[in-house]
Each structure stands twice: as C-alpha cells, then as structure tokens.
Ligand binder design. Structure first.
Ligand code: ARG
Length: 575
C-alpha cells in the first residue's frame, strides 16, 4: 500500500504544477501536522515560495485552495498562521486505508537499489561476551530488520576480533597456568581467567610481555602448535557466543573476522604504497592526514611487519567491494572508536574508486550500571551477557506469576522468555542511540512506562478481546465491510496514528534510530489504551460501530507486532 503521505504529496504536487507550473512542483513538500487542530497534514509551500513568486504567502495559499481540483481524499484545506495550509483527510479515506493495514505490503518511497552490509556485534575472541557488546548486537540486528523490511538487500557481518596481541598473552597464560580439566568443562571461563592473570602477572614481570610477543609471532609465522591453540580458542569462543545469539534470536550472514583478511593484508599494503597513501616512517608503514582532517597518523604496518586493527578494516573495505559488491557499509560500534573509523573512511576515500563507497559509523554510548561499574573484561568484574539474559527471564517470570498465576507451566516459560529478552532489547533500542545509558531493572521491566512489557501487554489485551468474542459466542459477525461512515474523535485519533507506522520506519532508517519506532509504538499503544477505556467494543450494540472499533483494535495489534518485530521483539497472546 502506498503511504497516505505520499498520496497527498502527489496530489498536491500535481495541483501546484497546474496552478504555478513545473518549476514550483518539485519541492512542494507535505508534512504530518504536529497538532490535531492543524489537520492531518500541513505544508509551508506558500511561505517557501513567496519571494520567488513575488506574492504574499497568504495570497498564494488562498490561490491554491481556490484552484485545487476536487478529489475524494481531501475533506478541506485551511489557511493558518502566516500562510500554512492545513489539510484535513476524509474519514472514509482513513478507514479505507486502515482496512489495508496488515493486508497489503507497504510501498516505501525509498530507493532500495543499494546493497548493504551491517557490521555489528563483533566481540573479541577468548573473552566471554559482556553487556558492553549488547548494544552493538541489538542495534545492528534491528537496523538489519528495518532495512530489509524497507526492501534493501542486507548482509549481517560479524567482524569478530580473532587476531591480535591477545593471542600471544593467551598462549603464555595457557602454557603457564591452564587448568586442563576446567578448560574442558568451561573453556571460555578458563581463558578469561588466564587472560586476567596474565595482566596481573605482567605488571610484576614485564618480560612476560616479550614472551607473549614471541608467541604471537609464532602464530603469525605458522607454528603448528600455536596455530592449533589459536583455532581452539576461536572454536570455543564462537560456541559461547552462539548461545547468546540463539537466546537473542540473532543471526549473521557472514562471520568474516579479522583473521579472515590475513591473506589480503599484503595486497592492501601494496595498494596503499603504490598510490603513495602510506609512507615508510621509522620502518613502519604509516598514513598521514591533512591538517584539516584533524586525525592522528594511522599505522598500517608495524616495524616488525605485523598488521593492525585498521589494516584488517582496510582489507575488508576492499574485499567487500571486490567480492561482495556492496554500496554501503554500516559499522555499529561504540563511540570510543570514532577516530578509528574516521581514519579508515578517510583512507578509503584516498584509495578512490571503487573503494570510496558509502560508509557510516553508527556509534552509540556506553552502558553503565547504577552502581557505576563500567563493563570491561580486563578487570574481570563483568556482568556476563548470558547471565543477564537469564536474569531478565526470571525477573519477568516473577511478574507473570503475580499477574497470571493460573497459566500452564509451558506457557509461563515461553512468556517469561519473550518478555524478559524483549525488555532488555527494548530498553536498549528505545533510548537515544548516542547517549550513555544507565541500566536498572525497574526501568527495564516496568509494565507502565515506555517498555516492551507495556507494548506486549497492550497486544495481549487486544488478543483477549478476540478470545472473549470466541468464548462468549458474541452474536455479531465480524465484518469489516460494515463500518461507520464517520469516526468519532477517539476512533479518528487511533486510526490516524495507526497509519503512521511506515513513516516512522523510514525515519528510523534514515537516522539509524530504532528509538523512533519505539517512541511511535509507545504513543500508539497509549492512544489505543485510552481509546479502549472510553469506547466500549464488546458491549457496543451498533453493528457499524462494533466493527469499526474491532477493526481498529485488530490493526493496533498488527502495528504493535510488526513494529516490535523490527526491534527483534516478539509478542505473546496473553501474559
Ligand atoms: N572487535 C572490535 C571490538 O570489540 C569491534 C569490531 C568492529 N568492526 C570493525 N569492522 N572494526 O572493539
């Protein structure tokens, strides 16, 4: 279905073309009105073009309204303020559009010809995923769902940190302190322990750092034993991550980690040298930037010949174009890596065509806990993601036990899972992406505020209306072709809100801001709940009103379910 906003814009442009000519119709834009009394849509066309036309805005607005061709969508137009035009839509058109919601796919006015990669999650091997990785995983997944929904071809790529200095340290730790039995039982926990131990011990014995460097060199030059240890560390880490991804219902199309690009490193260095982008500096290979770029130099190869994090990112820039033919890569990585991505993007730009394609660093703030602990795995005081998810589930379970103790055990389990995981995801996605966030269970699992339990609860409430109709054999036939000619204020407010889902999906995509969908869903659920409080459905005896309201309830459920699915959150039939 075409968006109502798009339809109105087309009609408006056609009329402008007829009245004032082609040159004026191009930027004749329409917006949603900010307040009900301003109609459904608004345009500031008259003000924007007053100078060019040499007329007063109010005169232009009056002329438009006078000469506008009658159509079966617009009820009336009014001049407001300095020359705004307020546009009111016919109730019959609103209900006609509402009927299509959930029946027809949205027709998004977006050019979806670009192929996109979203690079997200990307934890570092041999450390258990902690809550600091949560935001990248959840935001990246939601952006992938949103862009796919709009119609883009999107690949999700987990650029895992499976190469680098930590492996030298891990091998030293493994050789010195590993508890074989523990390692078999809980490999990643044991790797974590020896990693922390290495940090402590190397403070006392700095020569451990040299041994670690030597072990790392052996991995890089193909030493059999070290290579097999390295592979083992990766395997056991991936298994652990998988548990978390499964719980979160998150999948990737590619797992091209840093080491995937090893063979491509010499090639990228050749290219950088050939184009004189990188120069030799104290035996290292370095890219210097123009002063105006305000960026520190970027080392792409160290003195000892080894590569860096930025080198593998540059190799991936090349690979993703050469082999995957992408047009846009979105890196969902926390704000501390801002300079890193600025450097990589700048170097890609210097590499020129075809590597100067579109890239975005979609950064986000750090998540903190109320007691102020910043989550870092080096200190060992992490709250592990898996445990956090388990805890969310058991917190949700407590609430379910309280609200609905008679549900069958299996259903309680399922609901707790969906509500708990949903609450965590929503807590993250509903916030302004770039702000730091403070985690608190009260905010996460609140059934009243802007939370997923509130939205899921609203959905379940609507499902219960339909259950009651079935159970009580309510007499009316559900028939959405028998609906009211006109809508009352509450019905109309809900109906127009329901039509805005695709608009907010586009806004969320344009700004990489899933929180816009969350805000929209929260507003819409509130509108539904106050509509439901004042407009009876099951007790309504008028057939037309009954069907109109039931249809609005059903479409509200659709909008909540569809919107939540773009945030990677499920719904339940009751809770
Ligand atoms: N592994 C990195 C980290 O945990 C994030 C990688 C992000 N993606 C990228 N292409 N650099 O800090």
């Amino acid at each position: 279905m075409e968006l109502l906003l798009t339809k109105i814009e087309k009609i408006f442009k056609d009329n402008i073309k007829k009245i004032f000519g082609e040159e004026f119709s191009e930027n004749a834009g329409i917006q949603y009105s900010t307040r009900n009394e301003f109609g459904d849509f608004q345009t500031n066309f008259a003000m924007m073009n007053a100078k060019k036309m040499g007329k007063k805005p109010k005169e232009i607005a009056a002329e438009i309204i006078e000469k506008f061709e009658p159509n079966d969508i617009i009820e009336k137009m009014e001049i407001a303020g300095q020359g705004f035009i307020n546009i009111f839509i016919k109730d019959s058109k609103i209900t006609e559009e509402i009927r299509k919601v959930g029946e027809e796919k949205y027709d998004f006015p977006v050019d979806v010809s670009k192929k996109v990669i979203i690079d997200y999650s990307s934890p570092n091997i041999a450390k258990r995923m902690h809550i600091g990785h949560l935001r990248s995983t959840i935001i990246g997944d939601s952006l992938k769902r949103i862009m796919r929904y709009i119609g883009f071809e999107v690949l999700g790529d987990n650029h895992i940190g499976d190469w680098g200095t930590q492996f030298g340290k891990l091998i030293v730790g493994y050789n010195k302190w590993i508890n074989e039995e523990e390692y078999k039982k809980n490999p990643i926990g044991e790797l974590e322990r020896i990693y922390v131990k290495f940090s402590e011990e190397s403070k006392k014995n700095p020569e451990l750092e040299d041994i670690a460097r030597e072990e790392l060199r052996k991995v890089q030059t193909g030493d059999e034993r070290n290579i097999s240890l390295w592979k083992d560390f990766i395997d056991s880490s991936l298994k652990e991550y998988d548990k978390v991804y499964k719980k979160l219902n998150i999948e990737f199309d590619l797992y091209n980690g840093e080491s995937f690009y090893n063979d491509l490193m010499p090639g990228i260095l050749e290219l950088l040298k050939e184009k004189q982008i990188a120069v030799s500096d104290n035996d290292a290979l370095v890219v210097f930037f123009d002063e105006e770029d305000n960026l520190p130099p970027c080392i792409v190869q160290k003195k000892d010949g080894s590569f860096l994090y930025s080198t593998s990112d540059l190799a991936s820039v090349k690979y993703r174009k050469d082999k995957l033919n992408v047009d846009n890569v979105i890196y969902v990585v926390d704000e501390r890596q801002r300079d890193h991505f600025k450097q990589v993007f700048k170097i890609a730009e210097m590499m020129g065509k075809p590597y100067d394609y579109e890239k975005h660093h979609v950064s986000f703030g750090i998540m903190r806990f109320e007691d102020g602990i910043i989550l870092s795995s080096r200190k060992g005081n992490v709250i592990h993601l898996f445990n956090l998810l388990e805890e969310a589930k058991s917190e949700a379970r407590k609430i379910i036990e309280e609200k609905n103790p008679s549900l069958p055990e299996r259903e309680k389990e399922k609901i707790s899972e969906v509500v708990g995981i949903g609450a965590i995801k929503y807590f993250d996605l509903s916030q302004n992406r770039t702000s730091p966030i403070l985690f608190s269970w009260d905010k996460v699992l609140n059934f009243e505020g802007n939370t997923s339990p509130y939205l899921q609860y609203t959905y379940a409430r609507i499902m219960s209306i339909f259950r009651k109709i079935k159970e009580n054999d309510i007499e009316y036939n559900i028939d959405y072709s028998i609906i009211a000619e006109t809508l009352n204020e509450n019905e109309r407010e809900l109906a127009t809100a329901l039509l805005k889902l695709p608009y907010w999906i586009i806004k969320a995509y344009e700004g990489y801001k899933p929180n816009l969908i969350a805000d929209y869903l929260f507003e819409t659920a509130k509108i539904f709940n106050s509509f439901y409080a004042s407009e009876p459905i099951l007790k309504e005896t008028d057939k037309e009103k009954f069907n109109t309201r039931l249809m609005l309830a059903e479409k509200t459920a659709f909008v909540i379910k569809e919107g939540l699915s773009l945030l990677g959150i499920e719904v339940v039939e009751r809770m």
